[in-house]
Design a protein around this ligand. Structure first.
Ligand SMILES: Cc1cc2nc3c(=O)[nH]c(=O)nc-3n(C[C@H](O)[C@H](O)[C@H](O)COP(=O)(O)OP(=O)(O)OC[C@H]3O[C@@H](n4cnc5c(N)ncnc54)[C@H](O)[C@@H]3O)c2cc1C
Length: 415
């Protein structure tokens, strides 16, 4: 059995630790923060096999440019002479085509379905109550254009064997009877599910810590030491930490750490916001996506979580209230009696999606280092893909055949 150090205690790091420990490995996790502030806590909690289309799609570049001129739009790129952004943007544009979308569908589907199955297994374990629900997601639309896009998506999904359907207004109302709807219809992503992310994260942490995994909070990895093709240690708090194998699961912060090993991992932080609002009436039972507004609404913990926006910029602490307002103003356009209020600043959560330019995660061995595994770049689907990523990492560490083909997720695909 090996001694493993994982850098990062988000869902990718914790899930890796879970499966590695299950195989009997010795596992330590180093995280630069208190963990509860990472991207894996405040997300919309959606499990999304429906998301087999990467962000880089034909038309997305033009749409993105149009959105840049609207302060409340769901997508924004801060123009800057930032080498990483330019490099990322060029790669994104190169992949925004039908061939890439078609090539990515099966690998993403397989990864998602594996993860969904593993979530089911996890929920059966004692002390793993995280509100896992399998009611699907309703993707509501108000315009003919979005209706056509969803109809096309559903057709493709059915061809991939995923359970989805187009619903008319009456069918939508039957599924969401306690809320007034002002929509043309919805796609019901029946293959999807949802959960309460903090409950999942806390259950994983509790389980790991009581099963011999040491999690070191406030231990930022500041250097990676190497000798030829081998990592010989990492530095945290001025101390050298050594292991047989190292896993990079540092989310949006991963590129800087990968660079220390001489490796380039293209990721931009895609900042998004969310907030919770009380919902004592429990009117929403199925999570919703608002197609045109790109907003996610999920019932969880007896409340509702509203989330959205994607700002590509350097990692920063700014809260752009205009974008939060964009989320708030979009909701009553679909649900006439849901009227979220602008929360206090300190109640607005934000996180950084580790977004790869082609919309596929990086899961695999580093080409440069023999004892270094990359598990990041999951973008908008990191929660959903967590367990599958963790299982695959454990199989890579143990030199086992991976559960699914991971060629499409190669960390060196751009090198
Ligand atoms: C608004 C919003 C809604 C979302 N909704 C969904 C959803 O519904 N479904 C879904 O699947 N996904 C969703 N996501 C995306 C998902 O949250 C992320 O993809 C996922 O949380 C990324 O997990 P991670 O483990 O890779 O990174 P993180 O959770 O960010 O964890 C990375 C960890 O690495 C640590 N770290 C960084 N640098 C260092 C260092 N040098 N040394 C030590 N530790 C370090 C950080 O402190 C952090 O704890 C959403 C994201 C946002 C913003």
């Amino acid at each position: 059995m090996s001694d493993i150090i994982i850098i990062g205690a988000g869902i990718a790091g914790l899930s890796s630790a879970y499966y590695l420990r299950k195989q009997g490995h010795q596992v330590r996790i180093l995280d630069k923060g208190s963990i509860t502030g990472n991207c894996s806590y405040g997300n919309a909690g959606m499990i999304v096999p429906s998301h087999f289309v990467p962000l880089a799609t034909p038309g997305m570049v033009q749409q993105g440019i149009r959105w840049m001129f609207n302060s409340k739009s769901p997508f924004y790129v801060r123009p800057s002479i930032n080498g990483n952004l330019i490099d990322w943007g060029l790669k994104f544009m190169r992949h925004a085509n039908n061939q890439h979308v078609a090539r990515s569908a099966e690998p993403l589907r397989d990864l998602s379905l594996l993860s969904k199955k593993l979530f089911g297994d996890l929920a059966m374990e004692p002390d793993f109550e995280f509100e896992l629900r399998n009611k699907g997601i309703l993707a509501f639309y108000k315009t003919e254009k979005a209706a056509e896009e969803e109809a096309h998506l559903v057709k493709e999904a059915l061809a991939l064997g995923l359970d989805m359907a187009i619903l008319n207004v009456e069918e939508c109302k039957a599924l969401q009877p306690k809320l007034n709807l002002d929509v043309l219809g919805a796609a019901h992503y029946r293959c999807d599910g949802h959960l309460y992310p903090p409950a999942l994260m806390n259950a994983l942490i509790r389980h790991l810590e009581s099963n011999g995994v040491a999690i070191f909070r406030n231990h930022e990895v500041t250097d990676v030491l190497r000798d030829g093709r081998k990592i010989t240690g990492v530095m945290a708090r001025g101390v050298k930490w050594t292991a047989d194998q190292y896993v990079l699961a540092a989310g949006a912060w991963s590129p800087a750490l990968a660079k220390m090993t001489g490796m380039k991992v293209s990721i931009m932080p895609g900042k998004g916001y969310s907030f919770m609002e009380a919902e004592p009436e429990q009117r929403m039972s199925i999570p919703a996506l608002l197609c045109e507004a790109r907003v996610a609404i999920t019932p969880m913990d007896g409340q509702i979580r509203y989330g959205g926006t994607m700002e590509l910029d350097k990692i920063n602490d700014r809260i752009n209230q205009q974008r939060v307002l964009g989320i708030i103003e979009s909701v009553p356009k679909y649900f006439t009696d849901l009227k979220p209020r602008l929360p206090l600043r300190e109640k607005i959560w934000y996180g950084f999606r580790p977004s790869s330019p082609d919309g596929l995660p990086y899961i695999g061995h580093s080409r440069k280092m023999d004892n270094f595994i990359i598990a990041t770049g999951h973008g908008m689907m990191g929660l959903s893909l967590g367990p599958a990523t963790g299982l695959l990492v454990s199989q890579l560490v143990s030199a086992q055949k991976t559960e699914i083909d991971i060629t499409a997720f190669s960390p060196s695909r751009f090198n």
